[in-house]
Design a protein around this ligand. Structure first.
Ligand code: SF4
Length: 748
């Protein structure tokens, strides 16, 4: 989730120079942190060619605090565990043993083997999995090469984190909007909990909204830190976001609190939606969400009457069995309350008119329709696949000037589980090569047992990484990636924004580490397609992207803190919306055509499972870590050395658990070892599981995989049946039946 730059016209072209440092021998660089996906503006201090310190910038949004992950970056990337040279597997897959090879040797073998796989099984037998934040955006080059070679099977962690939200938002009004925090009157957080050490700019923006008298509504089963400072806290049942919003709409429609003029002029499907919403009297919503009718009504009224308000992206609604309806309902609330593309609401930005976007670089038009049709998962769960987004191509061109808007890189993805099933040999066709770019694939998606089987069934696995992750330990080649200290960057919210933030390179990469630009350039060469990446350097690519702006990257980075061409609200009055109807589709023509319910709905949870009487939620990022990263950094491990579950004192007592005790949490999919943390802010019966645990210092190779087999929450998460959102096929991570089993012996 990208940082939270201001979007008001005053932000356009804002310039800033980092404050000079007086100490001799130290130079400063203006940089964007990418230790998570937020891209905070920071300043690096460089001494003798090495970054010695990361500190906050003068940007008002970041000057007061940056988080521990950013501050520790120089130590993180200088860690002795860092992979500095290409590594080739020695022995069986999963042996955990590697030898150093040259880039040329590695690329020659990778090229030969990948071409053989493509010749034997077709280009769709090559999948790429990326999270992009770790080894950086790949500038659209991975998709570009895959599109020309003919593979549609690109997957990413954004399938269950922001990318899917972008794709679903597009169904309603054609573009995923960005909150105007600077002018908003009210912020609504669905389970999201930004803090001083995570999602820092969002946290800072919320503080600013509160300081000028704005309101904060938090919906979270726990009394989170954000709930503590909220004007209204609704402790809804985990996973009931969609039901809650149906209740809000019931209040808003019944009390006439919606923007009638906007609804009449700019929406379709209002009457159908109203009938659907009438199925949700507050008594029913109260039962589904666990919140009182009075509280639900109060929150709905606050949101609808405060004037322009925002519902920022949340990693919570993304990961529920009703995710598509939940995300759609957030879109619908924005629209019917009149908060779409207005100051203080949420802005539809489109592409920057003079900077070439990564969506254009990706060249989705080069992938033949016959290959798009083979995209895995597009039959059963099409929403974020080529098939699901196809009807948006013409409207997107009409309104935004280009057919393909790959917002948050999540709009033309294959379904990850479908790709893993094909990789595991379960059809519909073989996938035999996986490239994992800055993405600890094994632990990054639900159903880790399936992913392990899939990885072990590959003919070729290539990983680009910083450290020997559990996924890297299963690879044929591990290629060393650079860090955000070591590369320039031009950030546009991963295709979300028309605002650009430049980042300067602070130091040269160590060893033979390379950027994703260089990685893909070399892979294109190894495939005999060097013309696909014609730019000699990353800076040359940026110069080309900026050509129409009349500036080269170096000047651009020196000049701007934030750059936008011009920011205009209510653009739809001139262009209509980028949907098939040109209107906000409260009733989705796209979902209808795909054979789904075109209106948001509620799907009940399966009946309670007597053997698994507790309920868990996972996917939680701890402040010290981002996803599965950072466990090799001693400063971070000292702060959070072990995975810890949270339960309420009552639940702990009922289960006979005590603080610090090691237990096993089990679901029908798998089990993990974890320590007990008793927390008074947890509701009874709910178990909070942290995401992404492994221990880099422990035994490598198949069997242990540095603790992934023992601690990774992906072991617990199913990816099928009742625990899947139907339209997208994303897993339900917010409300899984589980049990806690006391360990009889010591931890192995
Ligand atoms: S929130 Fe922290 S890790 Fe993320 S970009 Fe900002 S400083 Fe870096």
């Amino acid at each position: 989730m990208p940082g939270a730059p201001s979007i008001t016209p005053s932000a356009a072209g804002s310039k800033s120079i980092p404050r000079p440092h007086q100490r001799p021998g130290i130079t400063t660089r203006k940089t964007l942190c990418a230790s998570c996906d937020i891209a905070c503006s920071v300043v690096t201090e460089v001494q003798k060619g090495r970054v010695t310190r990361v500190r906050s910038s003068d940007n008002p949004l970041f000057k007061d605090n940056i988080c521990i992950k950013g501050i520790t970056a120089p130590k993180n990337f200088a860690n002795p565990d860092r992979v500095l040279y290409p590594q080739r597997r020695v022995g069986e897959r999963g042996s955990g043993k590697f030898e150093r090879v040259s880039w040329d040797e590695a690329l020659a073998d990778i090229g030969t083997r990948l071409k053989k796989i493509i010749d034997e099984h077709g280009p769709e037998a090559w999948a790429v999995s990326t999270s992009q934040w770790n080894t950086g955006t790949d500038h659209g080059l991975g998709r570009r090469i895959m599109n020309h070679v003919g593979s549609p099977n690109w997957i990413s962690g954004v399938a269950l984190c922001a990318g899917n939200t972008a794709a679903v938002n597009r169904l309603t009004y054609g573009w995923y909007p960005w909150p105007d925090y600077d002018n908003t009157n009210c912020v609504v957080l669905f389970g999201h909990n930004p803090g001083k050490n995570s999602w820092v700019p969002v946290y800072n923006q919320i503080q600013r909204v509160k300081a000028r008298g704005g309101k904060l509504i938090v919906l979270d089963p726990r009394k989170s830190e954000c709930a503590e400072m909220a004007d209204l806290w609704l402790p809804l049942k985990v996973g009931s976001d969609a039901a809650m919003m149906l209740g809000w709409l019931k209040v808003i429609f019944d009390e006439g609190l919606y923007d009638r003029a906007f609804v009449e002029r700019w929406t379709i499907g209002f009457e159908d939606l109203r009938k659907r919403v009438d199925e949700f009297p507050l008594s029913r919503v109260a039962e589904l969400t666990g919140c009182s009718p009075e509280m639900i009504a109060k929150a709905a009224r606050m949101y609808a009457t405060m004037g322009p308000s925002v519902i920022p992206w949340t990693p919570i609604t993304d990961q529920q069995r009703n995710s598509t309806s939940g995300i759609r309902l957030q879109s619908i609330l924005r629209a019917v309350c009149g908060y779409l593309d207005v100051p203080g609401g949420e802005a539809l930005m489109g592409f920057h008119p003079k900077i070439v976007s990564e969506s254009e670089i990706e060249m989705h038009e080069a992938l033949p329709e016959s290959q798009k049709a083979k995209q895995l998962g597009s039959d059963a769960h099409p929403v974020f696949t080529y098939r699901g987004q196809a009807a948006l191509r013409e409207p997107c061109k009409r309104v935004w000037g280009h057919e393909y808007a790959n917002q948050v890189t999540g709009c033309f993805m294959a379904n990850p589980s479908a790709v893993f099933r094909a990789m595991a040999g379960e059809g519909p066709y073989p996938v035999k090569a996986l490239f994992s770019i800055g993405n600890n694939t094994l632990m990054g998606f639900a159903n880790m047992p399936l992913i392990l089987k899939a990885l072990l069934n590959q003919d070729l696995i290539v990983v680009q990484e910083h450290v020997m992750t559990p996924t890297a330990q299963l690879a044929d080649y591990v290629l060393p990636g650079d860090s955000w200290l070591e590369r320039p960057w031009m950030f546009d919210g991963y295709g979300w924004l028309s605002i650009y933030k430049p980042s300067q390179r602070s130091m040269e990469p160590p060893g033979e580490c390379t950027s994703t630009f260089e990685f893909w350039k070399r892979i294109a060469g190894a495939l005999g397609r060097p013309e696909l990446v014609p730019w000699p350097t990353l800076e040359a690519l940026y110069d080309w992207r900026l050509e129409a702006l009349g500036v080269d990257f170096e000047t651009f980075a020196e000049t701007y803190e934030v750059h936008a061409d011009k920011l205009e609200f209510r653009k739809y009055e001139k262009t209509g919306f980028a949907t098939p109807s040109g209107k906000v589709e409260l009733r989705s023509s796209i979902l209808d055509d795909l054979g789904f319910d075109p209106l948001p709905y509620w799907r009940d949870a399966p009946p309670p499972d007597a053997e698994y009487p507790l309920t868990m939620f996972t996917g939680v990022r701890e402040a010290e870590y981002f996803q599965t990263g950072g466990r090799h950094v001693p400063e971070l491990r000292a702060r959070k050395p072990e995975p810890v579950l949270f339960v309420s004192p009552t639940t702990a007592k009922a289960q006979g658990l005590s603080e610090g005790e090691w237990v096993q949490v089990e679901t029908r999919t798998g089990k993990v070892d974890i320590q007990v943390g008793v927390r008074t802010n947890m509701p009874d019966g709910l178990v909070r599981i942290p995401h992404g645990w492994w221990k880099p210092e422990t035994e490598r190779g198949l069997g242990k995989l540095s603790g992934a087999m023992q601690y990774a929450d992906a072991q617990l998460c199913p990816d099928d049946g009742e625990y899947l959102d139907v339209e997208q096929g994303v897993p339900h991570l917010k409300g899984l039946p589980c049990r806690i089993v006391k360990r009889s012996g010591a931890l192995a």
